[in-house]
Design a protein around this ligand. Sequence first.
Ligand SMILES: [Zn+2]
Length: 71
Amino acid sequence: MKQILENPIIKERIGVQIPIVNPRRVTAECSYKECRENVYAGDIVIQFDEDWFCNERCLCKHMGAIRRVAR
Ligand SMILES: [Zn+2]
């Protein structure tokens, strides 16, 4: 269900109603300390124990793992 909100400041300034779609709901933030991006409901992300990561790269960096060419 989409909820449309009215922004009274914009309506007052320009005299018309511009609907604002609810922003996405933040459920967590990436646990990698140098990222901390928001994790939004509905995003496909990585959960490891109680930690959330926005992608494999952040999980690897958090764990101290690296991607490299195998020899
Ligand atoms: Zn991240």
